[in-house]
Design a protein. Structure first.
Length: 136
């Protein structure tokens, strides 16, 4: 495997992700920001944060697969979320849980950032996801 994840002692716990990922390999995969639209540009889960998180993960899985990668190869996930607030964390995590088994998401996840932003690509888009993976 080209990615090792870990959380060294004395780093903040518990979190649903590892704090550190070490990628060794020559092929780096960067999946551009994925939003909650299907292959026909239809918005999925309008106004539903959990549903949009699930769809951006599905779209990211498609991008990874196109490069011959899976979530096991991911060294970093970076989410951008509008209207970010602590009380939305439950809905955010519910979206991940909706597709965890379907997409084979590692548990804990690779390093994750959730960055609050004022707006995204379109006004009805609540979340966007970038992924970075390393392959041998």
């Amino acid at each position: 495997m080209s990615v090792e994840t870990l959380s060294p002692q004395n780093m903040f716990q518990p979190v649903p992700y590892h704090h550190v990922a070490i990628g060794t390999g020559t092929r780096h995969v960067h999946v551009a920001g994925q939003i909650s639209r299907d292959g026909h540009a239809n918005l999925i889960a309008t106004g539903d944060l959990s549903g949009q998180v699930a769809q951006v993960l599905r779209n990211t899985a498609l991008g990874l697969a196109g490069a011959g990668a899976t979530f096991a190869d991911v060294v970093r996930l970076r989410f951008f979320m509008t209207q970010s607030a602590p009380e939305k964390f439950g809905d955010f995590m519910a979206g991940i849980e909706l597709v965890a088994d379907e997409l084979g998401l590692p548990q804990p996840l690779p390093p994750v950032s959730v960055i609050g932003v004022d707006f995204l690509f379109e006004p009805d888009v609540l979340v966007e996801l970038e992924a970075y993976a390393v392959l041998d």
